[in-house]
Every structure is written in C-alpha cells, then in structure tokens.
Design a protein around this ligand. Structure first.
Ligand SMILES: *Cc1c(COP(=O)(O)O)cnc(C)c1O
Length: 367
C-alpha cells in the first residue's frame, strides 16, 4: 500500500527531544521561542506566536480583532471543519464565498459578493498548499475596511510573488501530525504588529503579563518545548521537502494530464505551491464516479483521500443556526463531488509515482 501520508522524523529531532526530556524543562520555554523566531524568519513575518493547535491559532487571531456578536467572517465553504468551528468559537457569524476551480480557493470577486455591512473579517483558506490571490483579496479588504485572517494551516511557506502566506493579514498555521511541518499538535499565529503580538502572548498564558499580573481573562494556549523540539529540525530541511513534493507533483501532472476526464492541479502564475495535497478532479468525462474511483485505488494499493467529502456547513449541526449563513456556491458544490487527493509526500519513489499514474490510467481505461 502506498500511504497518503508518512509521518517520519530524523535523528536530529530524536536528539533534541531527548535533550528536552533530560533537561526537565518540558513545558513552554526557550525552544518554543526558537521555533517562533525561526518560523517568523522563514515566512518573513515580524512575530510568530506558538499555540497548542491550529484551531486555537484561528480563534486567537479572531479574538484580537475584538469582534461583536453578529459580526461576520467570510470564508471558504470548501475547507476543514476547524475553519468554521473557530469562527463560531470566537463568537462571530460565518458567511461563505464560492471558490475558483483554478486553485480551490476563494477569490476577491467571490468574497466581494458575500460581503455585507456586518462583515468585519475576510478569512481565505490557502487550501492544499497554495496561497489564494492575496493581492486582490488584500486590496478588497483595504477598500472595505476589513481585517484579514489567513487560514494557512496547509500552506507553510507558500508564497505569491515571493510574499508568504501568513504575512498579508494575521496568519494562522497548524502543526498537526499530517501537515507539512508537524509537532503532533501545534499552531502558530503570525503578525507584523507589535501590539497584537504582545496581546496574543498575554492571552496565551492565562492573561498574565508579569508573574501573577493578570491583565485579561486569558487561556492556556501554550505549546511545549517537547513539541518545539520535534518541529525545529524540520525547518532546516523544509525547502528540500517542498522541492521533493514539487517534483513529485510535476511527475504526477505529466503522467495524469492526458488521462480522460482527469483534471490535474496547477501551480498558478507567480505562486509557490507547497503541495500539502495533490488533488485531482475526477470529472464525469472519466466515466467513473469519484467514490468508485477511490475504492478502486484502495483495492489496488493506492491510499487516496477525499478532502473534503462535503461542504463545511453541510452537516445537520450547522443547519438552522443564526451564526451560520448558508447560500449557494455552484463551483464548490460541483468540485466537492470530484476531488481526490493522491500521495505526493517526499517518501515516494519513482516506482511509486509510476504505479500511481498507471493505476489511475487503468481505472479510467476500464470505465
Ligand atoms: C488542519 C487545519 C486546521 C486546524 O488545525 P489543527 O491543528 O488540526 O487544529 C484549520 N484549517 C485547515 C484548513 C486545516 O487543514
């Protein structure tokens, strides 16, 4: 079986984890600070604030915007459920904008169509490892006086004309086990704003500035040095990891682009795609239904994923809530029925890649 993800660490991570264990200082300490500083400089942000997971990072980013009940956050309907849950946890109202089939992300046009006079925040999701059209989205936010929170959970190091995801607005990242950079659980908020960074650090640590001086009712959102020890060494060779993912994606694209009814993903002009997922679309022209296609891949030893099988609000628990405003999203509604993510991780061999291409081709040929 070729798995969709492989979680594997080098000896440098093992050594650093052991050092932390032996030091006895296993909670948040100097390694978390190092992880923050290295991450901030990697993406070109002034500050990075580590937290316990990516959902917390989103909630924290919304928290510092001081939203009022009824204030609206416009996001993508085609995302992981954490995006929506974070908006609700922050006490805001969620609205959605359709996506583009070029990059699976919301666009300035679709966001503009969803903005109302209650909108306070635009929250694009840089899905699968590719940053959204942030130039246009930032211009829209500036023109309408809106804040931007970027759900960059899947897009560490993705950039547009050299400018990284997470530096256009408040950036939010995840280090969950399957993400491109992982600490098991973990998250990061990025900002250039000194005051916002300081507020986030205080909120993260029970609202405490100096010892026992509680400034606000805060939280325990801390990451640990044990987790930072897992994450830090991954920053050393992250560019190589992305380069391998990139070349795997190119190889798959070359093999799959001529298969009937299969649409391969593309790195858009000026953007760096970090290939968290390699997601094809199995369209009706292929002659095979998406779910049948995934089942056949599984039978033939290819681990495939469906990210995501339904639009984020399309579950009974989100229906009939005043804080989840659901409209119609023709592109997302079609694409959600077509997506299949194939293995693209750096542990694939040339032989694995050939097998993936060959298996996809034969499933379509047989249809
Ligand atoms: C993983 C993910 C999150 C949440 O991150 P966690 O660390 O799992 O809390 C949020 N948004 C998107 C798009 C994600 O993929």
């Amino acid at each position: 079986m070729i798995p969709i993800t492989v979680v594997e660490f080098g000896e440098d991570a093992e050594r650093l984890v052991l050092e932390v264990l032996r030091s006895g200082n296993i909670a948040q300490g100097s390694l978390v600070r190092q992880f923050e500083d290295r991450f901030a400089s990697m993406i070109g942000a002034k500050h990075a604030i580590a937290v316990n997971n990516g959902t917390t990072a989103l909630v924290a980013a919304l928290d510092v915007l001081d939203l009022e009940p009824g204030d609206e956050v416009v996001t993508s309907p085609f995302t992981f459920v954490a995006t929506l849950n974070a908006i609700l946890e922050a006490g805001a109202t969620a609205r959605f904008a359709d996506i583009s089939e070029d990059d699976f992300n919301v666009t300035a046009e679709t966001l503009a169509a969803a903005v109302t006079d209650r909108t306070r925040v635009l929250m694009p999701v840089h899905l699968y490892g590719q940053i959204a059209q942030m130039d246009e989205i930032s211009a829209l936010a500036a023109a309408r006086g809106l804040a931007v929170v970027e759900d960059s959970a899947q897009s560490h190091g993705s950039s547009l004309n050299g400018r990284h995801a997470g530096t256009y607005g408040l950036g939010s990242f995840s280090f969950y086990a399957t993400k491109n950079i992982t600490t098991g659980e973990g998250g990061m908020i990025t900002t250039d704003d000194d005051v916002v960074a300081e507020r986030l650090r205080v909120l993260r640590n029970q609202g405490m500035r100096a010892r026992y001086q509680y400034e606000v009712a805060g939280h325990n959102w801390r990451l640990t040095d044990l987790q930072a020890a897992v994450g830090l060494p991954q920053l050393d060779d992250y560019d190589d990891v992305v380069a391998t993912r990139q070349s795997n994606a190119e190889y798959l694209g070359a093999g799959l682009s001529t298969v009937r009814g299969i649409v391969v993903p593309a790195q858009q002009e000026g953007r760096r795609h970090v290939w968290h997922q390699y997601t094809i679309r199995v369209t009706p022209d292929s002659g095979v239904g998406r779910d049948e296609f995934v089942a056949k891949l599984g039978e033939r030893g290819i681990g495939a994923g469906i990210y995501y099988p339904k639009l984020v609000f399309d579950y009974p628990t989100y229906r009939d809530r005043d804080d989840v405003i659901i409209g119609s999203y023709p592109v997302a509604e079609r694409i959600v029925q077509e997506v299949v993510s194939l293995p693209v991780h750096p542990h694939l061999t040339r032989q694995d890649l050939d097998r993936i291409v060959g298996t996809v081709s034969s499933i379509v040929d047989e249809a």
